[in-house]
Design a protein around this ligand. Structure first.
Ligand code: ADP
Length: 216
């Protein structure tokens, strides 16, 4: 299974990415974690991106792309599955990633979109700040990360819808329910993703399921 996560900060990419990786026995490639690890180890790359991270700005595309290309090569040697969390974050990254995927025969089977509103996201990120003290979880930087998400990241969701590989879930609900819905969808698709061409697929929108049962 090859999955991309597209979600605003605070939607639960890390949590759900770990769940998917554990369930399918595939590597969880989280660009934010990889970058923070470089910063913590004070590598040359870490020193180059530290300020971008602290301000909530995106780091240069080339840096993340090289990191992800290396992680993909490693994933390929270990069966070829992956869950990628944190990239792509803009249209140029989406296209570049697709090229790398074609090159390595590892294009994504599913682009999983986690939806949540800004008020809930801000609440979660401020709660996390109190627990983990991440440098970019201050109110001002959170606002910047959300703005960037809406302006440059969210538009790529439509691109995945057009390719037929988009699955949207409502990430406003408790972690376990979101996770169960994701795994159910992915398990259902598992048998067919390798055989049904993207051109024959349609986006799947699971965000209205609770409403169908009278819940919101
Ligand atoms: P979140 O989605 O909660 O903001 P991440 O851990 O995914 O957190 O990313 C943290 C920071 O790392 C981002 O604000 C950005 O500075 C940098 N980053 C991560 N992935 C990318 C990417 N694909 N392109 C550019 N910058 C990135």
């Amino acid at each position: 299974m090859r999955v991309l996560l597209v979600a605003p900060p605070g939607a639960g990419k890390g949590t759900q990415g770990t769940l998917i990786a554990t369930h399918f026995g595939i590597p969880h490639i989280a660009t934010g974690d990889l970058l923070r690890d470089h910063v913590a180890r004070r590598t040359e790359l870490g020193r180059a991106v530290e300020d971008h991270l602290a301000r909530g700005e995106l780091v240069p595309d080339r840096i993340v792309l090289d990191m992800v290309r290396a992680a993909f090569a490693e994933a390929k040697a270990n069966g070829g599955g992956y869950v990628l969390d944190g990239m792509p974050r803009n249209m140029a990254q989406a296209r570049a990633l697709y090229e790398v995927g074609l090159e390595l025969e590892m294009t994504a089977n599913v682009a999983l979109h986690l939806q949540a509103d800004d008020e809930e996201l801000t609440r979660r990120l401020l709660a996390r700040a109190a627990l983990e003290g991440r440098a970019d979880d201050t109110e001002e930087v959170i606002r910047r990360r959300l703005t960037l998400y809406h302006e440059v990241t969210h538009p790529i969701v439509e691109w995945y819808a057009g390719r037929g590989i988009l699955v949207s879930v409502d990430a406003m609900r408790p972690i376990e329910r979101v996770g169960r819905q994701i795994l159910t969808a992915l398990e259902t698709m598992r048998g067919m993703v390798d055989y049904v061409p993207e051109s024959a697929r349609r986006p799947i929108d699971l965000t209205g399921l609770d409403a169908a049962f009278g819940q919101s």
